[in-house]
Design a protein around this ligand. Sequence first.
Ligand code: GTB
Length: 301
Amino acid sequence: MAVDHRNEKSQRLVSSQSAYPLMADGHSVITHVTILVFLRGKRYGTLNSRGVKFSLKICRDPFGQFVLVLKAGCSTGPDRVHRRNQSMTPTITAFERSPDRGRGLARDMRVRWALEEVGQPYHVRLLSFSGMKEPAHLALHPFGQIPTYEEDGLALFESGSIVFHIAQRHAGLLPEDANARARATTWMFAALNTVEPPIVELGMAKVLESNEAWYEQRLPMLKERVRNRLRQLSDRLGNADWLDGEFSAGDLLMVSVLLRLGPIGIVEEYPNLSAYVARGEARPAYKRAFAAQLAVFNAAQ
Ligand code: GTB
């Protein structure tokens, strides 16, 4: 995406932007601006936004012409240019003191990871268990849980929906090709609707039923249901790095779901899934998200 700096309107905007303070990451915060986006002299779209974060750079395109490069992930058509850049810094909610002791198993982790992948800064509002049941939070989340997501006039709950929203708003988590995008979205649903339920059931049985008489009898059945899904997933993944081409929001959610088995140790029975999870954990965005949630837990000690 390039903005033709020879266009007079664009030029005027560029010089006015220099009056705005640069943030630590080199982005500039602009409260309200209209930019006409040109690609090789052809009008390409209009970016008309409030509170957009982006940076601009003058360079030469492959044809030797000077162009102004907009670094904000808006790389396709006018619609997407418009949609992807309207948000203020979002606020998510997370445990004030996570029961997993900062191991990244609570569901704010997948939202943090998605935000890190797309380079979107965010605020975190920390909540106690009782705070989650207060009317103010129940207005955001009908089930009194974390995570939630708020930005300029929009409030969301459900980690899957939040990750999907982030993936739609920003480049990097869903392919541009419509069919590939639909397949990646399918993997998001598969992670949450098909793979996560037996994993959660196994985990909940450990937490809630381990003192019950039936627990030892039930455990093999619960583990077999998890193994069944992992076997199928392992067969489909084969030797691939990711589930369908490039890393996507489908992988982000699938890795997040598999990580919940960490303490139980079943993933290791499937070496390709183990390597898949390790690839996810090795991503810089994952590491930043993990460090951020661990810092919250440590600060609460
Ligand atoms: N379907 C919802 C989503 O995906 O957003 C589920 C949200 C959810 O379960 N939130 C949990 C919560 O708020 C935290 S993540 N629980 C409080 C309550 O219901 O009152 C689940 C979780 C909690 C703890 C661990 N752990 O300790 O390992 C792992 C996962």
